[in-house]
Design a protein around this ligand. Sequence first.
Ligand code: SAH
Ligand code: SF4
Ligand code: F3S
Length: 468
Amino acid sequence: MNLPNMQEAKRRDLNTHYRYEAPLVNNQFKDQKYFIKTYGCQMNVHDSEEIAGLLENLGYVPATSELDADLIILNTCAIRENAHDKVFGFLGRCKHLKKENKNLKLVLCGCMAQEKSVVDEIMEHHTYIDLVFGTHNIHELPNYLMNLKAGLNIEVKSNEGDVIEVGENFKRDSQYVAWINIMYGCDKFCTYCIVPYTRGKERSRKMEDVLREVNCLKEKGYKEVTLLGQNVNAYGHDLEDGTTFAKLLENVALTGMDRIRFVTSHPWNFTDEMIDIIAKYPNIMPYIHLPLQSGSDRILKLMGRRYTKAEYLALFHKMKERIPHVSITTDIIVGFPNESDADFEETLKVVDECQFDGAFTFIYSPREGTPAAKMTDSIPLAIKEERLHRLNEIVNKYSNMNNQKYLDKIVPVLLVGPSEKGQDKLYGYTDTMKLVNVQCDKALEGQIVPVKITEAKSFSLDGIVAEK
Ligand code: SAH
Ligand code: SF4
Ligand code: F3S
């Protein structure tokens, strides 16, 4: 069989700046239907908005589901093992659709495409896929589709190349809230994490490019932007011209955008200047996602997280003191190799002290190629599951407790779309990122309105529009 040469594909580096300015409508694709299935974090969600923009520039139109699509794109995540299983499960179903629609093209992209083992697996068992491309060459998708050869095409680059400005060519999911990449990649190499391998080294966009994007969104009527990076407080370091995340945040605040958010903050290197800027500008939302991962110094060291429990707590309390009514959420991993009962108890102690507004909790998943995957591990899965269950009960208790503080209060909510909780409701978010289902006139969609909270649950609030 004539298999594509992976090494050759990898050798082609990216070094061109690419900007799509005019639609590339091409009769080859006119009115063909595309469907994108997105897994993983906000980076992937936003990459899918870029992919949709590129496809519509080519003449594609959205399909209602994978069933009526001519092009199915799976934008994948590699963070944990179960993501892998879900993707191949979905692919198996798509393979059958190819029998009904001979023109159907199947594409796999995203973080899994950057894993050599996944590409090998595809080359061996899933040659019905038409195209695999990686995270560093999304902007090349139109070229790949126009030049697609019969059989499996693999376009994965190991070199991240320069930052590529794609202009305002996203097909954004919302008309009110927008994601903005401020940087790509991650240099932290936490020992359990695959992201530095799938997304490459840290590269910041120029401040002027980010500000241009914010201003453009403001002109279009957007009310909120979220600045995206795996580690936003490292923003600017690689530009080596004194640019910092604090400076960027301040300049974004000065554009007058109504609401500004950012994810994710690493507790290491979160400066006092950043805290002061967040506290100073009312349009920077008082919400910080600050992953803890573990409360045990021993485990934090093995994870390569670069902070101790005491340093995390000091930062947490400083934020709580200086930023009025800030809400703080976190990520926690249980069952890192050889995490003892005592280590786990340390994590619970930090959770009790911080009383987080919310937490994403995970069982450690070994990722091939990371240092932690080579560590021996004597802790049975059943114990890890039990720890996760205990942790979740405590996390949910605090999340509920924090939500109860909102009861009967009047808070500003940006209403972003129809609520699943009823025909007469919209859903939106408080400045502190609490989800609220609001009984109101549908015409209020896209506005920031005062909402009286009538009920507080563990994961959401209910409310009605308050009299002005
Ligand atoms: N850059 C962010 C995290 C991105 S990944 C940060 O450093 O905070 C999102 C979350 O997935 C991480 O915070 C971590 O809690 C979890 N995670 C990452 N790798 C994991 C693994 N191998 N097993 C289980 N959870 C993992
Ligand atoms: Fe992964 Fe650590 Fe980078 Fe976050 S900071 S993306 S956990 S390596
Ligand atoms: Fe997953 Fe890649 Fe994001 S591994 S969590 S989609 S950066």
